[in-house]
Design a protein around this ligand. Sequence first.
Ligand code: OGA
Ligand code: MN
Length: 301
Amino acid sequence: MLDFKISKLSDCFGIEISDIDLTNEFNNEDINILKRLFFDNHVIVFRDQKISEQQQLAFTKHFGELEVYPEADKTRDSQKTYHVANVNLDGKHLTDKDEQVIFQKVNQNWHTDSSYRFIPSYASLLYAIEVLPDDAGGGETEFVNMFEVYDSLDNELKIKLEPLHMVHYYEFGRRMFPNLPPVSDFEKENIPPVSHPLIRLHPDRHNSRSLFFTANAGNEIGGMSQEKGSILHKKLVAIVSNSNFKYKHRWKKGDLLMWDNRCLLHRAVSYDMNKYRRVLRRTTLAGTSAIKGPFLDPSII
Ligand code: OGA
Ligand code: MN
């Protein structure tokens, strides 16, 4: 039986768990307890972990299937871990002109992981290996609860968004930074553009609704002109940025933070990349079904 300490991370969502060692063996009952806590709280931070890449993969697998990155050569060791770092695998601090570092900047826009896939990711687990010193500005990861954001929209906007879809495509992130290489043929074939409803239903939560869009994988709204769509998209970004339903995580070495991509957006907070080293390691859980919008079953509109 698991025995650990839980405390709240913010008034809105998120919990911290301490006194647990993620390299332990977990039985089904333990994992069900963690799954339930995750479902209810959207973010769990496990403090003071010491885990290898293999141990992180093993822990992640308790919660579902891992995503394999379709992108070419993101990591040297594994296609299932993603090194979120301004340091290369040999430990060399890279400048902010380096491609690997510029890729991190794409994540400074609100997003969920793999929104550019037909089935976007379920959850991500990020482990802190090297973090910024306490007195350094930035470097946090910020999350926002999209159930709450949806509930806070005025009715007129809710009705307007109801039938709309956003077009998500992997290449958009590359286009934000002209120095990034164009997508390869392999990437083009594996991750073509997809559309997802802007209002997302959650079948496992009585079809409750959250707002679903990203700012690092597109700004087009299906059926609207590019100009009108991007104005609406900008408005949604501003609503999220100004909302009160956020939690900003200041990393401590040894944190393993797990977040729910289905109902949160997140973004990296910028920091002085040339001055500070920051090394995190991500594993990602695949989603299990395409995103459902309100029109799918007319009886639930
Ligand atoms: C990610 C991500 C945020 C950060 O790895 O998916 O968005 O703070 N990272 O680095
Ligand atoms: Mn991300």
